[in-house]
Design a protein around this ligand. Sequence first.
Ligand SMILES: [Zn+2]
Length: 234
Amino acid sequence: MLPEVEKLVVIQDRDLKISAIQKELDQLPAEEEDVREKLASDKRAVEAAKLAVQENEVAMKNLELDIQTRQDSIAKLKVQQFETRKNDEFRKMGQEIENYGNEITGLEDRELELMEKAEKLKSTLASAEAALASSQELVDEEIADIGARRKNLEAEKAELEAKRQAEAADVPDDTLDIYNRLIKSKGGLVVVPLEAGQCKGCHMKVTKSTVVAVKNEHEVTHCENCGRILYAAD
Ligand SMILES: [Zn+2]
């Protein structure tokens, strides 16, 4: 094989590996995003549980206010009852006091129910928070793994790039230019074997003179169909 073509084959191998690594690196942010997305439903569960606890607390406070209002009314009525001298007024007030008393009993029953509910809501919140914490731990681990992978890939890529740079310095500039242009326009393999008269890049038969030129190895020879650089397959 022509020495410069041999070097191009090595460079091509580096380039393929570098671009595969780059592809993998480019996928990492999306992978991180997917991992973080796992927390979303746990976070929503915690938020919902917190909201339920708060709403229940507000409901209990409102009940307490309602009870207090009725207790104030009862106290006021009792003073008025004490001051009145009219029997029917006294009786009417007594009835009102009784009504308020009944209402208070109902409200207190409701308050007890809400207090029991509060206990359940708090334990639901605690479980949701524990689930989120354990998911967070797993997610942190996975994110750390991805970070480690990124570091390895970047190191591997830097090493390949350094080797490629040194190897490219050994190839004549015009040959390297042609190679770089082919890579840009075709991508993938651009230095390919010629097998039984067939270019392994475009899979077309080449002319006799091209076959001879490749065999003679006097100069870099291209496939006349696709322009790829050819070398003789063993
Ligand atoms: Zn070809």
